[in-house]
Design a protein around this ligand. Structure first.
Ligand code: HEC
Length: 334
């Protein structure tokens, strides 16, 4: 992530939480830290009253989502897109006012720091909200806001900001050294590489996915019940190392020569929601760019995802032959 990018965030408030007050890190919060740049609270045993409190938060989240159901409505109410200019599969629209309130210690289910939209092609659908708290808030403070028996508070840690001019390879997987997917996790290594080390990026965050059907999924870290913070990958890379179905196991089917330029649009509309922009960094699916896939293999996967992987989460996507040829040419060209 380039220096200067953050300047455009409209999220200075949140960033200040991370940068300026990093030393106020509360130490009594029981967390796991099994992703290199993520720390999350441990699930706590349910206490009397937790369910009622969780239900009240959920009702508040639903009410606020009903109030700002579209990007237009959200923007009118002062929510602005995080990382403007980069279309992400999962978009956070953040209210500076609510972020500051949260930072000031206030918690109100009707005032989420961010509204979360899921992008599918050109459309964005409201799927959840994010509440935040300052890094200095301790275990009981987090629990008082959103019970630890329901929500999973998390924060981004040990971030090495890339120096100006850092190469693409240093910023993007699989070779990234900097950023949310970077291999650098210590101050010494970061400074030696010319980066700026940020021990705590932003503050504590918790997501709520009110459209989900079960409490596990409603209160999961990420969409679809995931306890990994996959959607963050949309910003810089992926946690998938390599293809789940090895290249030499993926059959090929014959497909007409396609137009890769046109295929980019087909991809953006049908595939990017899972595989990420340009197939580079999906919230829900592996990186395709640079994987060495042939057009025939891409076409095979699009037509027969369940034949090679019975439990594949990739749906059959109905594309006509021209779209199939073009999208296959596009992925193979990446
Ligand atoms: C709903 C999410 C989703 C969408 C949409 C989607 N995919 Fe996938 N795709 C997956 C998942 C998950 C995998 C991982 C392999 C698996 O689960 O079988 C995958 C795997 C693949 C693979 C590689 C298989 C391998 O591991 O070797 C290719 C190629 C692929 N997808 C192409 C596409 C193309 C092209 C589109 C759009 C036309 C697309 N996908 C749309 C979820 C999706």
């Amino acid at each position: 992530m380039k220096r200067g990018r953050y300047g455009a965030l409209g999220l200075a408030a949140l960033l200040a939480v991370g940068l300026g007050f990093a030393r106020a890190k509360a130490t009594d919060v029981p967390t796991v830290h099994d992703e290199p740049h993520m720390e999350m609270t441990l699930h706590a045993a349910q206490q009397p009253g937790d369910r009622a409190r969780a239900d009240a938060i959920l009702a508040g989240a639903r009410a606020v989502m009903a109030k700002y159901p579209t990007v237009e409505a959200a923007e009118q109410a002062g929510f602005t897109k995080f990382l403007p200019g980069i279309p992400l599969p999962i978009e956070h629209y953040t209210s500076r006012q609510y972020a500051l309130e949260a930072w000031g210690g206030h918690f109100d289910p009707a005032h989420p720091t961010s509204l979360i939209f899921q992008r599918t092609g050109a459309t964005q659908q409201l799927v959840g909200v994010m509440y935040t708290a300052a890094n200095s808030v301790d275990r009981d403070g987090l629990d008082a806001r959103v019970p630890l028996s329901f929500g999973t508070w998390h924060r981004h840690v040990d971030f090495c900001r890339a120096p100006p001019g850092a190469s693409h390879a240093d910023r993007f997987p699989p070779t990234a050294r900097f950023g949310f997917a970077g291999s650098i996790v210590t101050r010494d290594a970061c400074e030696a590489a010319g980066g700026k080390f940020i021990p705590l990026v932003f503050g504590w965050m918790v997501h709520v996915w009110p459209n989900e059907k079960t409490p596990e999924k409603i209160w999961a870290v990420d969409m679809n019940g995931s306890m990994e913070h996959g959607h963050m990958d949309g910003m810089v890379g992926t946690t998938f190392a390599g293809l789940p179905i090895a290249l030499n196991r993926l059959p090929s089917t014959s497909v007409a020569a396609g137009d890769a330029t046109r295929g980019a649009t087909v991809f953006a509309q049908n595939c990017a929601a899972c595989h990420g922009t340009g197939g580079r960094n999906g919230p829900d699916a592996p990186t395709l760019a640079g994987a060495g896939l042939s057009a025939g293999q891409v076409a095979y996967m699009v037509r027969h995802p369940k034949e090679i992987d019975h439990s594949s989460e990739m749906p059959v996507i109905s594309l006509d032959d021209r779209d199939l040829a073009d999208v296959s040419a596009y992925v193979a060209s990446q």
